[in-house]
Ligand binder design. Structure first.
Ligand SMILES: Nc1ncnc2c1ncn2[C@@H]1O[C@H](COP(=O)(O)OP(=O)(O)O)[C@@H](O)[C@H]1O
Ligand SMILES: [Mg+2]
Length: 729
């Protein structure tokens, strides 16, 4: 029999090999001697011959265009020997030639994890090359022609805080221990996605366990295979910014495209996309303003991002990595859910890391996302890390003490390397000792930074400490070398949140409070951050106001769910501060957010409690505004009797007249143009009583002219109400 490297004609080789396969297949040769020990060496030899015959046959079938036969024969060979790399290559090529890329890539993933598990090795370079070629292939048969038109992320400095670093696979994988199973699961999800079966996968585990590192390892693999990797991270104090993590992730892709490409890629989706991503607006030029209702604008925005990602994925497979999803605003989680449902056919994987204790995120995405659980490192992995750090003798002790908690193990080893005499008691003491070794100034700046948040902006830290920015920068660089900080785009960040928490917790309370007060003074332009610092030092009044302002900001940017949540926090803070006025405002604002979410009963309750609270607080203007709502769309769409609306409008009108506010009075008679709402809400169809006569009598007359009738006509209701079935009696 000639082997596959022979130069013979494939058809002849195929015929001969087919016959050989028939003769050698299990159940034919030596079948009558199944248990005889003497037969074993012969059987081994036969297996080797069969394997070669199958390789030849599959190769010949492929060469003569019979991809089906090639795949079948190669699959038989794989079934006999799951580590047969030659058979895998034949199978992958055959599938790719038949247009079944997903199958080909899946086979590679299975081989790769099996090799790692059983032999601790990677697939051979030939197999890897084939995998990359299939991954990059656009059309079947296009093997080996990678399409690299789109610049790799990170190729330019985009100004993004989290520019996609162009990770080099070996660097990210170097030093990674004990994560074969997890990496194999992620790789399988990625391979499927890259083959056109998109997915969402959550990397779940406790803080410091190694989620980010694992996700980065997959990102590095994907990037080295030519994928476009888009990344971002969520921060606790950015919930009011609509889709902020998504916007950040898109930036390198947006700025990497020429204006004409971007326009072409977005098509009709350009206007909402430009509203969301200012960098795109700058390139695309002026766009017509969208005056649609808030929920429709939100949907258009989602759709535009989806369209953009789809277009990117048509060029190169896309991996979207969102780190720390537990900190994301609701709008971002809703968007991930949306991606999970609408990406069909796109070569894209969305991977998000989530802290295990934030079960609500996992629950919210359960229907669309797979999960990869990350647990503590096993004894072998800890042993590997310890011996790499020259501390093999301490491996058992560290394992017992740290219970395999990855960050603790890493920090203990680092502390020992820096001169600690024995393993530190706890993660906290390890981190504290390491910060102390950097010197007094660095330690102080790190503690201030720990109060400020996860991002370490040297200019802000310098402002807090009253030192020149250059000095703060030098200290940040020291901390970077000590790996307490990492570089993230334009800023530094704590290498892990637990490091920040350790520094925070070990800072004496009076010092910490002083830092919070100072931070609140410095953060007037970031209401969510300001609120956090004010609350931390017990200044509830300031916190309530800042939260109210953050809720308003979120509302104006369509992040309505986040707006409602922030308004609730504002309300609670106002209660603690004993500030009924801010509490009442928070109620009314939350009512509007609920209205935009089509949560009508909640909106009605908020407006009604808001009106009462405003009255109790003596805030007549706010009471008037709430009364206007109680005579408007929400009660009508909730099916309240018309008398309910009338009496509230009449009360509102009385207040307007009392306040001498003619504009408000006119508006109460024709609630159409609310200057305090986004254009989106202002411009939607409203239920208008007819303008005639004056005083409450006008309202009665308006009623006889049929505006309650319009309430029954659902076509005049804003979209969410119609869909929710409101207004139908
Ligand atoms: N499998 C691993 N092998 C080696 N080091 C790891 C591994 N996983 C995590 N680390 C290191 O442990 C620390 C914490 O990991 P990280 O990914 O930041 O945790 P998480 O994101 O879960 O909070 C980092 O210094 C990281 O480099
Ligand atoms: Mg992390």
């Amino acid at each position: 029999m000639r082997n596959e490297s022979s130069g013979g004609h494939p058809r002849w080789a195929g015929t001969a090999a087919e016959r050989a396969v028939e003769l050698l297949s299990p159940g034919t040769a030596l079948a009558e001697e199944p248990y005889a020990a003497w037969a074993e060496p012969a059987r081994q030899e036969l297996r080797g011959l069969l394997r070669r015959a199958r390789h030849v046959l599959a190769g010949a079938a492929q060469a003569t265009g019979d991809a089906d036969l090639a795949a079948r024969v190669a699959a038989d060979a794989i079934a006999d020997d799951p580590l047969d790399e030659g058979a895998h290559r034949l199978f992958m090529s055959a599938c790719a030639a038949a247009g079944e890329r997903a199958k080909a890539l899946e086979a590679y993933a299975r081989l790769s994890s099996r090799l790692a598990e059983e032999l601790g090795t990677d697939p051979a370079p030939d197999t890897q090359d084939l995998y990359l070629a299939i991954l990059r292939q656009r059309r079947p048969g296009d093997l080996g022609r990678p399409d690299g038109e789109l610049a790799r992320p990170g190729a330019r400095d985009t100004g993004s805080r989290y520019p996609a670093r162009a990770p080099d696979a070996t660097a990210a994988l170097r030093g990674l221990v004990g994560r074969d199973r997890e990496l194999a699961e992620l790789t399988a999800a990625w391979v499927k996605a890259a083959g056109g079966e998109p997915g969402v996968v959550l990397v779940v585990g406790e803080a410091g366990i190694g989620k980010t590192r694992l996700a980065e390892a997959l990102a590095a693999e994907a990037a080295s295979a030519g994928a476009m990797v888009l990344r971002s991270r969520c921060y606790e104090t950015e919930r009011s910014l609509f889709l902020q993590p998504v916007v950040e992730a898109l930036l390198p892709a947006v700025t990497g495209l020429a204006a004409v490409e971007l326009r072409q890629l977005l098509g009709d989706d350009a206007p909402p996309f430009a509203v969301l991503v200012p960098e795109a607006a700058a390139v695309l030029g002026p766009m017509p303003a969208d005056r649609a209702p808030v929920d429709m604008q939100r949907r258009r925005t989602f759709h535009s991002v989806l369209a953009f990602l789809r277009a990117l994925a048509a060029r190169n497979p896309v991996l979207l990595l969102v780190d720390d999803l537990q900190f994301a605003g609701q709008s971002t989680i809703e968007f991930v859910h949306y991606l999970g449902r609408h990406l069909r056919g796109a070569r894209m994987l969305t991977m998000a890391t989530v802290r295990a204790e934030n079960a609500d995120v996992g629950a919210a995405l359960a229907a669309v996302a797979g999960r990869v659980e990350v647990g503590p490192l096993g004894p072998e992995a800890v042993g590997q890390l310890a011996s790499r750090a020259g501390q093999a003798a301490l491996a058992d002790r560290i394992l017992r003490q740290a219970h395999g908690h990855t960050l603790f193990v890493v920090e203990v080893l680092q502390a020992l390397a820096e001169g600690d005499t024995g393993p530190p008691e706890s993660l906290r003491s390890a981190v504290q000792a390491r910060a102390r070794r950097l010197g007094t100034l660095a330690e102080q700046l790190l503690r201030m930074a720990a109060v400020l948040g996860a991002v370490v902006d040297p200019v802000m830290v310098a402002a807090m400490a009253g030192t020149p920015p250059a000095a703060a920068l030098t200290q940040c660089e020291l901390a970077l070398q000590a790996r307490l900080l990492v570089a993230a785009g334009r800023d530094f960040e704590f290498a892990n949140d637990l490091i920040r928490e350790a520094l925070y917790a070990t800072t004496p309370e009076p010092t910490r409070l002083a830092y919070h007060r100072r931070a609140a003074d410095l953060m007037t332009s970031q209401p969510e951050s300001l609120a956090r610092h004010a609350a931390a030092c017990g200044d509830w009044q300031r916190a309530a106001r800042a939260l109210l302002s953050a809720a308003g900001q979120a509302f104006r940017r369509f992040a309505v769910t986040d707006s409602a949540a922030l308004a609730t926090q504002a309300f609670e803070a106002a209660e603690r501060a004993g500030d009924p006025e801010v509490g009442a405002r928070a109620r009314v604002l939350r009512g509007r957010a609920h209205e935009a979410m089509a949560a009508l009963p909640a909106a009605l309750a908020d407006f009604s409690e808001g009106a009462a609270a405003a009255r109790a607080a003596g805030d007549r203007r706010l009471e008037m505004l709430a009364l206007r709502e109680l005579g408007g769309d929400v009660p009508v769409a909730s099916g309240m009797p018309i008398g309910y609306c009338e009496s509230h409008l009449a009360q509102g009108l009385r207040l307007a007249e009392l306040l001498g506010d003619q504009a408000a009075a006119a508006d109460l008679l024709a609630p159409g143009n609310r200057g305090d709402q986004p254009a989106a809400i202002r411009s939607r169809p409203r239920l208008r009583p007819a303008r005639s006569g004056s005083g409450p009598g006008r309202l009665r007359r308006a009623r006889t002219r049929g505006w309650p009738g319009r309430a029954q006509d659902r076509s005049c209701l804003p979209g969410p109400y119609r869909r929710a079935g409101y207004g139908a009696r």
